[in-house]
Ligand binder design. Structure first.
Ligand code: ZN
Length: 71
């Protein structure tokens, strides 16, 4: 039982599809993309860095387009 999983959200892992990198690897590692928000548009009035976690292939480092945040 995964303690992070909310009740009623039980996922049948056997029905999930493996995400495969274009190099054939199925292993990914978390990496951080960082966006900067300029002082002009930041709510705090200061330049702000916003880290966004994405996943890169553990073998070739490729980041699947579907992992990148939408612009
Ligand atoms: Zn790869």
């Amino acid at each position: 039982m995964n303690p992070n999983q909310p009740p009623g959200m039980k996922v049948d892992i056997s029905k999930a599809t493996d995400l495969v990198c274009e190099c054939g690897s199925k292993l990914f590692r978390p990496v951080m993309a960082i966006k900067t928000l300029s002082a002009l548009v930041s709510p705090t009035g200061q330049e702000t860095m916003i880290p966004i976690q994405v996943f890169a292939c553990a073998k070739c480092g490729h980041i699947n387009k579907g992992f990148l945040p939408k612009e």
